[in-house]
Design a protein around this ligand. Structure first.
Ligand SMILES: [Zn+2]
Length: 183
């Protein structure tokens, strides 16, 4: 029996070492990469409810290969269902300046050097509530100032070259956001 169990234990240990090393590299990279943030990518969650814990679980289910057990975005903005309307929340990915997992592998640079902001809601169906939009505008302006990100580097997920998604939805006011960021 012991002989049969051996490879299992080794596999588990190898996995632990692999993910442990990757996580350590990720944290090191996050801590010692000055002036790294170059883009801001806006998303919607495509669902009506959202908290950090809920999005952590969604991430575990959908992106099981990600060594970072945290939401894929750097910031979430609530819609009053779970998080408060306009409330900005973040996870340890943002707190440790780790890369994001919010765009596809075709755009690695947007994950490595792009801050992901996710608005809870489905803007294929609904309009963005005023308070939620105001929070997004405030947060985006702060991040642009803090990291010297130009308005041209603020995009919606599906408007990013190579991305095949409707995110952040047809009702998301991207043109308005671009105008408001210039003010
Ligand atoms: Zn998205």
């Amino acid at each position: 029996m012991q002989e049969n169990n051996k490879p299992k234990i080794n596999r588990a240990r190898r996995r632990l070492i692999k993910w442990g090393s990757l996580s350590a590299c990720a944290i090191g990279l996050g801590l010692y990469w000055p002036n790294r943030w170059k883009y801001i990518v806006v998303h919607h969650s495509a669902g009506n409810y959202g908290t950090i814990e809920f999005l952590q679980q969604v991430h575990r289910d959908r992106q099981a290969g990600d060594p970072i057990d945290a939401i894929p975005y750097h910031y979430v903005i609530g819609n009053g269902n779970g998080l408060k309307l306009g409330e900005v929340a973040s996870d340890w990915r943002e707190q440790n300046s780790l890369w994001g997992a919010h765009v596809s592998g075709r755009n690695r640079d947007r994950n490595f050097r792009g801050l992901g902001i996710c608005l809870i809601g489905n803007f294929e169906k609904d309009q963005v509530p005023t308070e939620q939009y105001a929070s997004l505008l405030k947060l985006t302006k702060e991040l642009m100032l803090r990291h010297s990100i130009p308005p041209s580097n603020v995009t919606g997920h599906g408007l990013t070259n190579g991305e095949m998604t409707l995110c952040p939805g047809k009702h998301f006011p991207m043109e308005q956001l671009k105008k408001d960021l210039m003010v």
